[in-house]
Design a protein around this ligand. Structure first.
Ligand code: TYM
Length: 338
């Protein structure tokens, strides 16, 4: 029987601080839900984390913690490949090659680069080059789909442009990937300010984000303090004034997987935002408790985590090396004889 060709999925996450509810609902939860459907690669992008100043000890710890967290959230090594970016040298090599065909102007236009470099006296070349490394991540795996939150859409679109440019400059067939953005949860907003996305940058600002390892009490406190408005309507809405309530409802929706109509009718007789906050806090705690337990178990078994990561890197190396060699041949580099 002919082997079924499954579409390939690639996505990544930076080990740059506590994983928060935005990362989980905008990306990781979707990876877990669909891990059986496709051929999936999920990468802990430690090289991307180097683009801004870093404490080496902290980076090391955060990389291990994030690895454990991804398995704790439900990624299963039998169903998908989880690995650390720097364990597979093809990513850096591929990025160099793609750098050489990427116009500088494309990188200077990236919103995230503009935001992160604003007001800084000095930034690293890596910060500008960040999306090319991301393009290498994706293109080396012939990924058709890249599930990400809204904030990464522009970078995936750049990866598409780079693939198209490479294919037109050379006789090549790089797959042009599609960003896959979740219908709900693609932009979880800050609890303290629902007009900015929940972000690791502010995750030490109290009440901004919920970390996946936060204690129940802390979660409850953050939700209780979440900004709402002076009304009492519990409805989904795009109005700026309702951004806080909409954010809480969207969080509730992604976790419970209920429809908007079901949720609005559930809260039709609520006595105000207090009732909404109580339920939101309950469902977050219920969702995160098993994750925390599994995370603690994995963190206490260092050998098992290392084994999972090294088998992931091996699989990733096989796939990406084949594509990188093809790219090298296409552009005229001489492959070593072995
Ligand atoms: P990172 O580490 O910032 O975020 C990981 C994932 O979480 C999503 N996300 C959010 N989703 C909803 N609401 C939020 N508030 C929120 N904050 C973050 C991000 O969109 C992302 O999907 N450059 C990437 C990592 C990367 C990558 C890749 C992704 C490197 N190479 C290749 C895909 C494919 C990043 O920094 O994500």
């Amino acid at each position: 029987m002919a082997k079924e060709i499954r579409s390939r999925v690639f996505s990544g996450i930076q080990p740059s601080g506590n994983v928060h509810l935005g990362n989980y609902l905008g990306a990781i939860k979707g990876w877990v839900q669909r891990q059986s459907e496709k051929d999936n690669f999920f990468c802990i992008v430690d090289l991307h984390a180097l683009t801004v100043p870093n404490d080496p000890k902290q980076l090391n710890t955060q990389t291990r913690e994030l690895s454990a967290m991804l398995f704790a959230c439900g990624l299963e090594p039998e169903k998908c490949t989880v690995f650390i970016q720097s364990h597979v040298a093809c990513h850096s090599e591929g990025a160099w090659i793609l750098n050489c065909i990427t116009p500088l102007g494309w990188l200077e236009r990236m919103t995230q680069y503009k935001d992160k470099s604003k007001g800084k006296n000095s930034i690293s070349t890596g910060l500008l080059d960040y999306p090319v490394l991301m393009a290498a991540d994706i293109l080396l795996y012939d990924a058709n789909e890249v599930p990400v939150g809204e904030d990464q859409k522009q970078h995936v679109e750049l990866a598409r442009d780079i693939a198209l440019r490479f294919n037109s400059l050379y006789d090549s067939d790089l797959i042009v990937p599609e960003p896959v953005i979740p219908a709900v949860g693609a932009r979880v907003m800050g609890l303290d300010n629902p007009l900015v996305k929940m972000s690791k940058t502010y995750s030490n600002v109290r009440g901004h984000a919920i970390g996946l390892l936060d204690e129940d009490k802390e979660i409850d406190r953050s939700i209780k303090r979440a900004v709402t408005d002076s009304g009492n309507e519990i409805r989904f809405s795009d109005a700026i004034e309702s951004a806080g309530v909409n954010n809480l409802l969207s969080i509730y929706r992604v976790i419970t997987q209920k429809t908007e109509i079901e949720i609005e009718s559930e809260f039709a007789n609520a006595r105000g935002y207090g009732d909404l906050k109580k339920r939101v806090s309950e469902v977050i705690i219920e969702e995160l408790n098993p994750i925390k337990d599994k995370y603690n178990r994995l963190m206490s078994d260092v050998g098992e985590l290392d084994r999972l990561l090294s088998s992931g890197a091996q699989k990733a190396e096989e796939i990406s090396r084949a594509r990188l060699n093809k790219i090298k041949q296409t552009i005229g580099l001489v492959l070593p004889k072995n």
